[in-house]
Structure formats: structure tokens, C-alpha cells
Design a protein around this ligand. Structure first.
Ligand code: SF4
Length: 412
């Protein structure tokens, strides 16, 4: 367990490393891993032969390993993965869709998750006992999930109970959180949300308790609370580095929503002046952003929504329409490729992929698949049983609430 740091702002390493792959221009092409390893970030070590393989050699070896494994292995690819990785995925999607898919693939003994650590954990939580989840590069974390370390969140939870009393706060954790945080929600009557259903899950939480602790993304939490009509002055931010979150007891008693101070380093790069520039250049542009962006950006955009909503909106746009998109560059680039009849571009002119997602280089995919062919499992991500049960309970609550609301809407 990481030690709690009080008063010393220690940024998670993954965020400090975020800018390492940023470059002006549109070049997203993968290079041999040995070259990419020149970037000043942490990489998991890998046998040297893999680092030197070129794209064609990797393609041939991954293809052969996949044929040898057949239906025993399923490869999942998050929307933010690069083209050179996503092409090997049996299914593309957001983290929850992929985990659900993995759980439905009973034949698959191995789930190779091309995404980041919390996604592999979620897949393990939802998968069957005979399935093993593999993250090709164990240094592919998520800077946002890292911003809510277990000990800090447990301390916050205890402080809130001490100031407000037991049973006053419902924890709502975004899918982009560790299994420990999901487990905290599971054992304390809380729930998980995705960027698609955050409003419905927060509304449900308010039916259970007077206050909500939303974590780890401050921006999704604020955008959701405001959309539900929570007054701005009743939304406070918990700073985990300060005593009592740098809030007074009176502020906590007055608050309806307590936001954990966390953010996505990718989505907070988008700015209102980028939206202004897009509109100045293309008066008919539709600006669509992810709700992990700041409130100002979400309010300035025409539309906001999850990755799945962004994909549906752009794919469903009229021929000739123009789209400025505020989300991870690999997804925007793919939307450009898939929609040649439209103009689709990223709001941020600097090409800046999520540096943690980007660590899933095809060389790692080749390495883990070839080890599986040899009968060895490397890079397994496994959640310990008690945490798994509690995390699963919070995810199941989300599914139950979604099903109940869908049924109620159909009856209306
Ligand atoms: S895009 Fe943001 S939230 Fe998603 S994995 Fe990267 S750092 Fe985490």
C-alpha cells in the first residue's frame, strides 16, 4: 500500500510522463519498440529480440501466435489504442463494454487486454474463474486512476464519516478507478458509473443518501452534478494532500457533491480558445468533447458524451459535415479514416496520445501471445478475491440500476 503523503504534492509518475509522446503534426505511426523506448517514460523490460522487430515481423509473429491459440485467447482493444495494436483486437470498445465482452467469451482462457491497468482489473473482476487477464505492458497505468490511491481514499471516507456521520454519503466511482476504489463503493452502498451513465448513477446515489462522493475525476463529477441541477456552490473539491481535503466542516455539511481532485491529463488539454479557433475556421463545425474535459470546455462545445457517443455522432453525421473532436487522438484519427466523406479533426493541434495507452506497443502483444503459445502466462492482472467480490457488487449495482431505469422508461 502506498504511504499517504500529507502536504507534499507528489504527482503520479504517469502524468509527469504524459507529454513524452506529444508532437506537432499528425504522425502517429509506430516505430520499432527499441526506438520508442528512447521516450523518457517507464517501460516494462521485454526480451531484446522483440524490441528490434519491425512492423512486418511483428505482424507475422502475432498472426502465427493467434492462429496457434485459436479461441483460447481473445484480444480486446480500447478505442484509444493505436492502429498498429487495434488491428489485432477481436473487439474494440470502451472499458466496460470490453470487460463485459470478455466475461461472455466462456471459451477464452486468456483475455489479452490492450488498454490500461484498471481496465484489466475490471475484466478480471467480471470474468469467470477459469479466465486469466493479461495486460501486455504492466506500466500501462492511468494517471487519473493513480490520483486516487487507496489509503488516501480510505482516509477521506473516514474523515467524512467523522464530520458528517455514518450513512450520509454515497460513493460513486467512475469506471476509471482501481479495483480497491470499486470495492470501497461495493461495501459502502455505492455504485460505479461510466461516462455514458454518470447522470443516471449520480441521480440514483442521491435517492440513497443526501450527499455524493464522486471519484476520481473532478471534471466528470462536476459536469454531471451541474447537469443534474446541483447548485455550483454546493459542489466542493476534496484535495487529498490537505487535512480534511482543504475544506471546513461547514463546507462539508453544506455540500451535496464532494469531488475527488483528480483529472485526465489527456482531456484537460482541451481549451475554449481551441473551440473558438475551430469555429473561426469552420463556421459550420460541430464541436463534440468528452465529459472528462473541464466545465468551461464542455459548456462551450455543441455536444459532449462518452467515446461511444462521440463515435456514434461522427459516424452518423451528414456527408460533408465538419467535426472538431475533444478526445484522445488515436480515436479521432480513426474517426477521420472511417469517415472520408466528412472533415474530422482533433481540437488540439498538438498530437498528444494518452502516454499510458500508448505503451501497448505491438512488440508487447507479440511477447505475451508467444509466451501463451509456449504455455507461460506473463503479465497476469489478478484482483484478490475479497476485493473482487466487493468490486463486482458495485458494478452489478450499476447494471441493476441501468436495467431498472430502462424498464421504467419503456413503461412510460
Ligand atoms: S485517456 Fe485519461 S483517463 Fe483514459 S487512460 Fe489515458 S489518462 Fe487515463
Amino acid at each position: 500500500m502506498p504511504a499517504k503523503t500529507i502536504g507534499v504534492p507528489v504527482l503520479p509518475a504517469s502524468e509527469l510522463e504524459q507529454g513524452e509522446f506529444c508532437r506537432p503534426g499528425v504522425d502517429l505511426e509506430a516505430r520499432p519498440l527499441a526506438e520508442e523506448m528512447g521516450a523518457n517514460i517507464r517501460w516494462q523490460s521485454i526480451p531484446g529480440e522483440y524490441a528490434r522487430l519491425d512492423a512486418a515481423q511483428l505482424d507475422a509473429r502475432i498472426g502465427a501466435a493467434r492462429r496457434a491459440l485459436g479461441s483460447r485467447a481473445v484480444v480486446l482493444g480500447h478505442h484509444y489504442q493505436r492502429e498498429e495494436v487495434i488491428k489485432y483486437a477481436d473487439l474494440q470498445g470502451d472499458s466496460f463494454k470490453l470487460s463485459q465482452h470478455a466475461a461472455s467469451q466462456a471459451e477464452a482462457e486468456y483475455i489479452v487486454f490492450c488498454g490500461v491497468h484498471f481496465m484489466a482489473e475490471t475484466a478480471d473482476v467480471l470474468s469467470a474463474d477459469h479466465q486469466q487477464v493479461i495486460l501486455p505492458n504492466l506500466t500501462a497505468g492511468c494517471s487519473m486512476a493513480d490520483m486516487a490511491p487507496t489509503d488516501d481514499v480510505l482516509d477521506c471516507w473516514d474523515d467524512l464519516a467523522e464530520v458528517l456521520g455514518e450513512g450520509q454519503v454515497a460513493p460513486v466511482a467512475y469506471m476509471n478507478s482501481t479495483a480497491d476504489i470499486k470495492a470501497l463503493c461495493g461495501r459502502n452502498g455505492g455504485i460505479i458509473c461510466t461516462s455514458s451513465n454518470a447522470q443516471a448513477m449520480m441521480a440514483w446515489a442521491f435517492e440513497q443518501r443526501p450527499k455524493v462522493l464522486f471519484l476520481p475525476d473532478e471534471h466528470l463529477g462536476r459536469n454531471t452534478a451541474l447537469a443534474l441541477g446541483v447548485p455550483e456552490e454546493r459542489i466542493v473539491v476534496w484535495n487529498p494532500w490537505k487535512r480534511l481535503g482543504r475544506l471546513t466542516e461547514a463546507q462539508l455539511r453544506e455540500a451535496r457533491v464532494i469531488l475527488w481532485r483528480g483529472h485526465c491529463a489527456v482531456h484537460t488539454r482541451f481549451r475554449v480558445h481551441q473551440i473558438d479557433a475551430a469555429r473561426a475556421q469552420f463556421p459550420d463545425v460541430t464541436v463534440i468533447v468528452h465529459p472528462e474535459c473541464t466545465r468551461e470546455v464542455v459548456e462551450a462545445a455543441d455536444l459532449n458524451g462518452s467515446t461511444e457517443r462521440i463515435i456514434a455522432a461522427v459516424n452518423g453525421g451528414a456527408p460533408g459535415s465538419v467535426w472538431a473532436v475533444g478526445t484522445e487522438i488515436n480515436l479521432v484519427h480513426r474517426l477521420q479514416l472511417l469517415n472520408p466523406d466528412k472533415r474530422v479533426f482533433c481540437l488540439d493541434p498538438v498530437v498528444c496520445p494518452c502516454s499510458t495507452m500508448y505503451r501497448i506497443h505491438p512488440a508487447y502483444v507479440a511477447w505475451v501471445l508467444e509466451r501463451l503459445v509456449e504455455g507461460a502466462v506473463v503479465n497476469r492482472v489478478e484482483v484478490e478475491p475479497a476485493t473482487k467480490a466487493e468490486a463486482r457488487a458495485s458494478l452489478q449495482r450499476m447494471l441493476d440500476v441501468t436495467a431498472a431505469r430502462t424498464l421504467a422508461a419503456a413503461r412510460d
